[in-house]
Write a protein that binds this ligand. Structure first.
Ligand code: BTN
Length: 273
């Protein structure tokens, strides 16, 4: 197993001019990089502090699920953001972080000779499943866990954790029908250090644009990448057909009664399509 090389990540970060990734901590193993980032933020870590590990023993996903985190194969990365935003505006940053990860994947797929341009091959289509699962060909390539710490009406910190499947070629049986990795998509030649730096650069750019313009700079990409659109869904007690994402980042669902409802949060089950 080749260990993540912190120096190589730092070199890539400075080549890309990334705004996140300083300071940078790379562990051989940790419980959860989100916990590392959250503890560091509580102790005063600055905007941009990043935490990576070669393996997680208690990698966490949304809804209390665990995140498959075998050693040396994938990226497990968390970063501390300190956006200056009112607490009431921070929630949609989760969507924007998903778009940032999707954009890195899309660029990598587009430059892969085997897959060609996105859109040309349905198996290579990068989509965002609301709120922020990154899917390729309908399978999950990356998951994002965003945890905000609020102080009164303002945001103290936002921890963004990204799990990107890079080299895994065989998933445990419960994931094998739903998960994919860059290697399974034919991309096995990009060092994890380069991908980590590209992710940090994209997350930093997206966070800055969100702070300046909330969701409006992302409206086009959100519509283009929306995997749920026109699928039958059930979420937070609402059943119907997914009908896009509104300006607040809520999922729109049109019920059988024709009424459009906006859902702020919840786990989506796709019931057809
Ligand atoms: C999900 O899809 O449910 C979110 C998965 C998030 C996984 C990443 S891996 C790095 C960071 N540390 C964690 O414990 N979770 C996130």
């Amino acid at each position: 197993m080749r260990r993540l090389d912190a120096r190589a990540i730092e070199r890539e970060l400075s080549r890309l001019g990334a705004s996140l990734g300083s300071p940078l901590a790379v562990a051989a193993e940790t419980a959860s990089t989100n916990d590392d980032a959250r503890n560091a933020a509580a102790a005063g870590a600055p905007h941009g502090a990043a935490f990576l590990a070669d393996a997680q023993t208690q990698g966490r996903g949304r809804g209390g699920r665990s995140w498959h985190s075998p050693p040396g194969e994938n990226l497990y990365l968390s970063v501390v953001l300190r956006p200056s935003l009112p607490a009431s505006s921070v929630a949609p940053i989760a969507l924007v972080m998903g778009l940032a990860v999707a954009s890195v994947v899309e660029r990598r797929l587009a430059s892969s000779a085997r897959l060609g341009a996105p859109g040309g091959d349905p198996l290579a289509e990068v989509r965002l499943k609301w709120p922020n699962d990154v899917l390729v060909g309908g399978r999950k390539l990356a998951g994002i866990l965003v945890e905000a710490q609020l102080r009164g009406h303002s945001v103290s910190s936002v921890i963004v954790g990204v799990g990107l499947n890079v080299h895994t070629s065989r998933f445990p049986p419960e994931l094998s029908a739903r998960a994919t990795s860059l290697a399974m998509l034919g991309i096995d030649d990009v060092p994890r250090e380069v991908l980590a730096a590209e992710l940090l650069q994209a997350l930093g750019d997206a966070a800055a644009r969100f702070e300046a313009g909330r969701l409006s700079p992302f409206a086009e990409d959100l519509a283009r990448m929306d995997w749920l659109r026109d699928r039958r869904v059930e979420v937070a007690g609402v059943a119907g057909v997914a009908a896009g994402i509104d300006a607040e980042g809520h999922l729109l669902v049109r019920g059988g009664d024709g009424v459009l409802r906006a859902v702020a949060a919840g786990e989506v089950s796709v019931t057809s399509g």
